[in-house]
Design a protein. Structure first.
Length: 577
């Protein structure tokens, strides 16, 4: 920090440091130079340069998942519009990320008014960036006056932390560097008291539902992690003595290996992509209490066929059955009030048919048969069961066949699973890994589809630049497999033809790894899977790109189940081609 001057940029950085942030991901630009200069001189917050704005946004999102808040600084217009996709995902998945930008200065705006010149990177509408971000943030602000900036920054940050969603802060170029008073107290939390009558009625409704149910279940969602409610919900589960599942996005919100997870976790529920025994168990549940869950169309079967049995309690609101809504609800208070009640009034034990959380059938394929989705994830499951090194990895998934296969894994430690399962943006996993690896000391394992990886391969360069030991596995089948399975599942028969738009170009991954300065390995057979995992375990400090060669007609079992349910067309009924 410049000891001789305290600026608007310093004010924002001071608040971010107070909230626990120590990295700002950035791609430079001339408009935002005042903020970048302040960041370079600020103690305890490091600027992390990335090579694409979208990658920097994904990294800020990944960082926020472990630190509670992230930040990304980008150029006006060309940078903000590029990072927008990442911020939309953070909005949907409730992840507070601060987008920092700058636009033409006061002097520039005088020139614009006098000459009509279109300043670089602008559309001509100098409110455009603010307007665009209003749909994916809880505060979208332009700072035009240094005297007003502190109050606007504070309010925006309060909203970000209260709602667990992104904010957009743009300043006129001259404002970031303008003098500003230091904060004279810590940023107060924004607290909205729950409506006592609504809360009481909701708690009574759920108590009644659980008491009457023959097969109740708790379904845990990502908002529990965002709000830091893991221990509270674990205590509730111990009092209820009923099983639980999680959405894919919330997988590992509780440890699946010990504590309540070892006895009560039945596996992750991902609609028809779930393990069959998990899908079948949830299908029979007559009381599904979903806490903090974000439901996408992957869950439509449950939402439509079991609507009367579902109670959805989220941040600020709840819905019981099809039509009964409650507003101004505190998710944390709701969990604590249920816990108090069921500590004093235990439920009778009536759930003797729940599936085991352990996948004891997992084998360790080491033959020389071609690698497949099934064999790769069978190996990973075996490693989760038996290998302490693999058990300690963070596992990062994006929108790909591997995400749905990974949802079937069991035995993942708490907060060791990261995914973009609600927004589902191709490439998120590789960009996200940068932020996760800088926020958390554990080694990160990325499993990406080649379509998504091709969108975000440049992140390898930044991973290597920061000497991170991240390993990126690319499931290389040269097609958009999920897309094709929904278009025509018959393409996955031995002689099936893929739609032209679902075919991907051929990349030389060994040369790509060399260009970015990371090490390269190849998996072609099941024996290679074992060899590669052993190799990366022995070399714990290096970044790797691992090409996993998968036959294009190899349809991941989880995707097969999901696609058949959605399209109502079975693979085994396809005509021979």
């Amino acid at each position: 920090m410049n000891i001789n001057k305290f600026t608007v940029a310093d004010y924002l950085l001071t608040r971010l440091k107070e909230l626990g942030l120590n990295k700002v991901f950035q791609v430079p630009g001339d408009y935002v130079q005042e903020f970048m200069a302040a960041l370079d001189n600020f103690c305890d917050i490091e600027a992390v340069g990335d090579v694409t704005e979208l990658g920097a946004g994904y990294a800020a999102d990944g960082y926020a998942r472990y630190k509670g808040i992230g930040a990304v600084s980008v150029q006006y217009g060309v940078g903000t519009f590029s990072v927008l996709n990442a911020i939309a995902g953070a909005y949907v998945e409730r992840n507070p990320v601060v987008v920092i930008s700058a636009s033409p200065s006061l002097e520039n705006r005088v020139t614009i008014a006098e000459t009509g010149a279109l300043f670089h990177h602008s559309t001509g509408n100098y409110q455009a960036d603010k307007t665009v971000f209003e749909s994916v943030t809880v505060a979208s602000e332009i700072l035009t006056d240094a005297a007003l900036a502190p109050a606007i920054i504070d309010r925006a940050l309060q909203l970000a932390m209260a709602e667990k969603r992104p904010i957009y802060l743009e300043a006129w170029q001259n404002v970031w560097g303008a003098d500003c008073p230091r904060p004279d107290e810590r940023l107060p939390k924004l607290v909205t008291p729950p409506n006592k009558d609504q809360q009481k009625e909701l708690v009574a409704s759920v108590i009644n539902s659980l008491k009457q149910a023959k097969q109740p279940i708790l379904m845990l969602g990502i908002e529990l992690a965002r709000l830091g409610l893991a221990e509270e919900v674990a205590e509730l589960l111990r009092c209820l003595n009923i099983p639980y599942t999680t959405t894919t996005l919330a997988k590992s919100v509780l440890s699946e290996t010990d504590g309540i997870g070892k006895t009560a976790f039945i596996g992750t529920y991902a609609g028809e992509a779930s393990r069959q025994e998990v899908f079948d168990y949830v299908k029979k549940c007559d009381a599904i209490i979903a806490l903090g869950a974000i439901f996408t169309d992957d869950y439509l079967t449950m939402l439509t066929t079991q609507a009367d049995a579902i109670t959805r309690v989220n941040m600020g609101s709840a819905v019981v059955g099809k039509n009964t809504s409650y507003l101004q609800i505190s998710l944390g208070n709701f969990i604590r009030e249920l816990t108090v009640y069921f500590k004093a009034n235990p439920l009778p034990v009536c759930h003797t048919n729940q599936p085991s959380y352990l996948d004891s059938s997992a084998t360790c394929p080491t033959d020389h048969q071609p690698a497949s989705y099934q064999s790769f994830f069978a190996y990973y499951q075996h490693a989760l069961n038996h290998d302490p090194i693999v058990q300690d990895y963070n596992l990062i998934l994006g929108e790909s066949s591997s995400l749905y296969m990974a949802a079937r894994l069991v035995g993942v430690k708490q907060d060791h699973f990261v995914s973009d399962a609600a927004w589902g943006s191709l490439g998120h996993e590789t960009g996200c890994a940068l932020g996760v690896s800088l926020a958390n000391p554990r080694r990160s394992i990325v499993i990406a589809g080649d379509g998504g990886f091709m969108m975000m391969c440049q992140t390898l360069s930044t991973l290597q630049r920061h000497n991170l030991n991240t390993v990126v596995f690319v499931m290389s089948n040269a097609v958009y497999a999920i897309e094709q399975s929904f278009v025509d599942i018959c393409a996955f028969t031995p002689n099936g033809q893929f739609a032209p738009f679902d075919n991907l170009p051929t990349w030389h991954y060994d040369k790509l790894a060399g260009a970015f300065g990371v090490k390269h390995l190849t998996i072609a057979t099941n024996a290679d899977i074992h060899r590669v995992f052993q190799h990366i375990a022995e070399d714990s400090k290096s970044s790797y790109l691992v090409e996993v060669k998968i036959d294009k007609h190899d349809l991941a079992p989880a995707i097969k189940d999901l696609a058949e349910a959605i399209t109502h067309k079975r693979l085994d009924e396809c005509p021979c081609q």
